[in-house]
Design a protein around this ligand. Structure first.
Ligand SMILES: [Zn+2]
Length: 154
């Protein structure tokens, strides 16, 4: 179907998603997440309300909003099957399989959002233990505490 091994189509998680058109083995590069890097965070969301900006290393941002970026529709999920790996030598981020991926599987990765960012970005990945917000895996216990303490009491 696609030379890239991925295609964008409507996703049960959100909007368009990125789907495998062939199998990938764990550790295999799926597709580049291409875009310009900068020392300034690109505006958090584009006009369509979607987020394509990633902090690839501390203080360095990648703006993946270009139509040229084949991975720009990859969604976040609480149990992703891929991760974003920054290759300093190539100056390219690669969506890389964390586990075997079958043709037709939606490709997801951890957006790595901070607690503050997560409050504005609901997660609808459908996992039984979905935390309900897009947030970096190590921060989930902190988010659960925050949500517990910010709940109105009666
Ligand atoms: Zn989720």
């Amino acid at each position: 179907m696609s030379e890239l091994g991925v295609a964008s189509r409507p996703s049960p998680i959100a909007g368009l998603g990125l789907f495998a058109t062939r199998a990938f083995v764990a550790g295999e590069r799926i597709a580049p997440y291409s875009g310009r890097t900068s020392a300034e965070p690109p505006s958090a969301a584009t006009s369509d309300g979607k987020v394509y900006a990633l902090e690839i290393t501390p203080g360095r941002w990648l703006d993946g909003s270009s139509e040229e970026n084949p991975s720009r529709h990859a969604n976040h999920a609480c149990h992703p099957n891929a991760e974003m790996v920054w290759d300093e030598g190539e100056a390219t981020a690669w969506l890389t399989a964390l586990k075997p991926i079958a043709p037709g599987d939606e490709i997801t990765f951890d957006y790595g959002f901070s607690l503050a960012e997560s409050l504005f970005h609901p997660c609808a990945c459908g996992a039984a233990d979905c935390v309900g917000r897009i947030i970096a895996t190590p921060l989930r216990p902190a988010l659960r505490r925050h949500l517990r303490f910010s709940r109105p009491r009666d």
